[in-house]
Design a protein around this ligand. Structure first.
Ligand SMILES: [Ca+2]
Length: 349
């Protein structure tokens, strides 16, 4: 090595040191990254009609344990006495039994489910297997009033509403008048407090679209929400969760950290194991809390409507408030693994 080269190498070391030193100083001095602001969530669910609602609530609790979200309330759109108690027992299992649960009155799908009653009533040696304070939906507050109360208490523009069942409660909130909680109408209150509605609804596949359950079971409510909801809406269509199945192997293996796990046992009650179930509702939760992690693609902005065959239609346009999720094969694999890890994450004790 000649002398000039040695000199230039020394300068390189000095310059590199000057560049790197501040980085080390900041880590040594304990400079902290900006505090994570948890996403404030409301989870509105038709708990009991399918098993993805139950896993979706588990995912929310895992994300809350990681400081990524704060579950403000659960509201139930399935008008069955045991839907509210099941939500409460899951919240209690994860150590958050104080989260308020509100229920729909005179709602749709009152029929029994395959897992909410059994799980709510299960006993071992005379005690509830899954302790919970809300023993009957009849004792729960009505959903619209609870939504108004919770929203009125939040900072402006902070709340993400997740709707993974029918739009009954969201529609009633939208149409609600001023009350003791807020002088604002429902639409004004939503516009002031909410920043996003993440919903599992509709079907936006390029081909072969058909009517989707969450929409067609309560068409007037879905139409009202698509027409009048004042914040951006991101819809996870049928085709998204349909393409990403939750593996039975995870249910069999990943929930063994306790003898009785409400999600594993509910999954087994819902259908005969082993089976892989679609992750519809889980995708709306994942997008709501981690919208910027490239788990999903997004359509252009536009407007969702429901046609006379009860099928959702999307018209792209720059002023539209609506978008829908898309996924490619790589994202399907990433989302599946993220959901497996989150849904099976043990509670924080
Ligand atoms: Ca659902």
């Amino acid at each position: 090595m000649n002398r000039m080269l040695r000199l230039s190498c020394r300068w390189c070391v000095v310059v590199a040191g000057l560049l790197v030193a501040p980085l080390f100083q900041s880590s040594i001095s304990g400079a902290e990254p900006p505090a994570l602001e948890p996403v404030r969530l409301i989870f509105d669910t038709d708990m009991g009609n399918d098993i993805d609602d139950a896993l979706a609530l588990g995912v929310i609790h895992a994300l809350q344990s990681r400081g990524e979200c704060q579950l403000l309330a659960v509201t139930v759109s399935k008008d069955n006495e045991f839907a509210g108690p099941f939500c409460d027992l899951v919240n209690t299992f994860y150590g958050r039994g104080k989260i308020p649960v509100g229920v729909v009155r005179k709602g749709v799908t009152p029929e029994d489910s395959r897992y909410i009653k059994e799980s709510s009533l299960a006993q071992d040696e005379g005690k509830l297997r899954y302790p919970h304070a809300l023993l009957s939906g009849k004792d729960a507050p009505e959903a619209t009033g609870l939504l108004r109360k919770v929203l009125s208490e939040q900072p402006d523009g902070s709340v993400v509403m997740i709707v993974v069942g029918f739009s009954t409660n969201a529609s009633r909130l939208l149409d609600s008048p001023a009350d003791d909680h807020s002088p604002l109408t429902g639409r004004e209150l939503i516009a002031k407090k909410c920043k996003l509605l993440s919903m599992m609804a509709g079907n936006f596949a390029a081909e072969g679209r058909s009517k989707e359950y969450n929409v067609h079971v309560d068409i007037p409510s879905a139409t009202n929400v698509f027409t009048n909801w004042p914040t951006p809406i991101v819809a996870s269509g049928f085709e998204i969760g349909n393409a990403i199945t939750y593996p039975a192997k995870s249910i069999e293996n990943d929930y063994r950290y306790v003898k009785h796990h409400p999600l594993r046992e509910a999954y087994g009650l819902y259908q005969k194991m082993p089976y892989d179930r679609q992750t519809w509702d889980l995708t709306s939760v994942l997008y709501a809390v981690r919208p910027d992690r490239d788990y999903f693609g997004l359509s252009a902005t536009g407007t969702i409507t429901v046609d006379d065959k009860q099928v959702t239609q999307f018209a792209a346009g720059p002023t539209g408030r609506h978008r829908y999720l898309t996924v490619n094969p790589e994202q399907i694999a990433r989302v599946r693994e993220a959901l497996v890890q989150l849904a099976s994450q043990p509670p924080m004790r």
